[in-house]
Design a protein around this ligand. Structure first.
Ligand SMILES: NC(=O)c1ccc[n+]([C@@H]2O[C@H](COP(=O)([O-])OP(=O)(O)OC[C@H]3O[C@@H](n4cnc5c(N)ncnc54)[C@H](OP(=O)(O)O)[C@@H]3O)[C@@H](O)[C@H]2O)c1
Length: 345
C-alpha cells in the first residue's frame, strides 16, 4: 500500500481527498495535518469519518515526508511555498492544490497574488496537473501544481478550439458560477449563510486570480498570447461549478460539427463528457464526481459559440483531479478510486 499524507486535512479539499483516498484500493492514509485541530482525531473534526479513518492530526512540519510517499498540500497559497524545497529533498511525490506553483512567470504571481514568489527556481519543475493536456509530463513528474477549479472548467471548455482557426481568440468571455465551498472552510463575511443564501453575486470582476492561469494554458495551446474576460459569481449552493464561455466564430459552423470535433479531441478522456447537440452541462450531473461535462450551442445569428462546462469544484476542480494526477504519477489506472458517478438528486 502506498502511504499518503494530506497537509490541510481539516479543510474542504483535504476532507474530499480523505473521502476519495479512504476508498482507494492501493493507498493508505498515514499523515494528516491541521494547526487548529492538532492532537485531535480526524473523526472528531469530521464525524462523517467515524469508523472509516482513525488518525490523529499533527502539525505541518519538515518531518511529514518521512511517513508518506505521496504528499498532497491542501493549504491556502503561501502556507507551504517555503516548505516545497524541503519536501522535494525527500523521495515523496508532491501534489500542491494551491496556486503557488501554477504560474510559470514569477512576475505574474507577484502581480496577481500581491506577494513575491520566494522559490521561482522551482516553477519550471512543477507540472501543471491537467491530465487531459499534460498527461505525459505528469507521468514522470515529482511535483504537480494542481489546477484551480475555474481554470479546469474554462480550459477544458476551450482547448479543442484553440488550434482550429475556427474562432476569434480575442473574443473569449467566461461567465462562471461556483458553489460556496470554493472559498474554503474558513468563515468569512462574504461567504456566511445570510450573505450567500437566496442571492447570486459577481465578485473579482476583471481581477480574479485564476485569470493568468487560464491565459497561461490557453496561450500555450494556441501558440500565441490569449486573453480572457472572466466574470465569476458566487451562487447559493454548497458545491458545483458552471462556466458559460462565449467565443466568436470565424466561420459558420453547426452544433453537430463542433460536437464531433470536441468528441474527437476528448475521445480518450474518460472524465470529459461532450454532450450531444441540444444538451447542456449542469452542475447536477457531475456533483461529487470527477467528470467535467461540456455542452455546445452555436448562436448562429451572432456567429458565436456558447460552451457550457460543469464540474464539481471539490472533485474535478481540486481533490479528484489531484487523485487522478496521483494515479498517473504512480502508474496506476487513472480512474482508480474515481469511478463513482454524480450524486443526484
Ligand atoms: N475549495 C475549492 O473548491 C478549491 C478548489 C481548487 C483549489 N483549491 C485550493 O486548495 C487549497 C485548500 O483549499 P480549501 O478550500 O480546502 O481550504 P480550507 O477549507 O480553508 O482548508 C485549508 C486547510 O489549510 C490549513 N491551513 C491554513 N493555514 C495554514 C497554515 N498557515 N499552515 C498550515 N496549515 C494551514 C487549515 O488547517 P487548520 O485551519 O485546521 O489549521 C485547513 O486544513 C487552497 O489553496 C485553494 O485555493 C480549493
Amino acid at each position: 500500500m502506498i502511504k499518503i499524507g494530506i497537509a490541510g486535512a481539516s479543510g474542504y479539499t483535504g476532507l474530499e481527498l480523505i473521502r476519495l483516498l479512504a476508498a482507494h484500493p492501493d493507498v493508505e492514509l498515514t499523515v494528516l495535518t491541521s494547526e487548529t485541530f492538532q492532537g485531535q482525531n480526524i473523526a472528531e473534526v469530521f464525524p462523517s469519518l467515524n469508523g472509516v479513518v482513525d488518525l490523529t492530526l499533527r502539525p505541518l512540519d519538515d518531518s511529514i515526508t518521512k511517513d508518506c510517499s505521496v504528499l498532497f498540500l491542501a493549504l491556502p497559497h503561501i502556507a507551504a511555498m517555503d516548505k516545497l524545497p524541503v519536501y522535494l529533498q525527500s523521495d515523496c511525490k508532491i501534489i500542491d492544490l494551491s496556486a503557488d506553483y501554477r504560474l510559470k512567470d514569477p512576475k505574474a504571481y507577484s502581480d496577481w497574488y500581491s506577494v513575491t514568489h520566494t522559490h521561482p527556481e522551482l516553477l519550471e519543475q512543477a507540472v501543471y496537473g491537467l491530465p487531459e493536456l499534460h498527461r505525459q509530463a505528469i507521468q514522470t513528474a515529482r511535483f504537480i501544481a494542481n489546477p484551480g477549479c475555474y481554470p479546469t472548467s474554462v480550459i477544458l471548455a476551450l482547448a479543442p478550439l484553440l488550434k482550429t482557426g475556427w474562432a476569434d481568440l480575442d473574443s473569449i468571455i467566461s461567465d462562471s458560477k461556483s458553489g460556496v465551498s470554493g472559498a474554503g472552510r474558513k468563515p468569512s463575511l462574504t461567504t456566511h449563510y445570510t450573505e450567500v443564501n437566496e442571492g447570486i453575486s459577481p465578485y473579482g470582476l476583471a481581477s480574479h486570480r485564476h485569470t493568468p492561469e487560464m491565459e497561461q494554458e490557453l496561450s500555450t495551446l494556441a501558440g500565441k498570447p490569449v486573453r480572457i474576460t472572466f466574470s465569476p459569481h458566487l451562487v447559493p449552493m454548497t458545491r458545483g461549478m458552471l462556466s458559460t464561455v462565449y467565443i466568436n466564430l470565424s466561420e459558420d459552423l453547426s452544433d453537430e460539427k463542433l460536437v464531433e470535433h470536441y468528441r474527437n479531441f476528448y475521445k480518450d478522456e474518460y472524465f470529459v463528457r461532450v454532450l450531444k447537440p441540444g444538451k447542456f452541462a449542469s452542475s447536477h450531473h457531475v456533483l461529487s464526481s470527477n467528470f467535467c461535462d461540456i455542452g455546445l450551442k452555436v448562436d448562429s445569428r451572432n456567429q458565436r459559440l456558447i460552451i457550457t462546462s460543469a464540474l464539481d469544484n471539490l472533485v474535478k476542480g481540486a481533490s479528484g483531479q489531484a487523485v487522478q494526477n496521483m494515479n498517473i504519477m504512480l502508474g496506476l489506472n487513472e480512474k482508480t478510486g474515481l469511478m463513482a458517478p454524480a450524486i443526484f438528486p
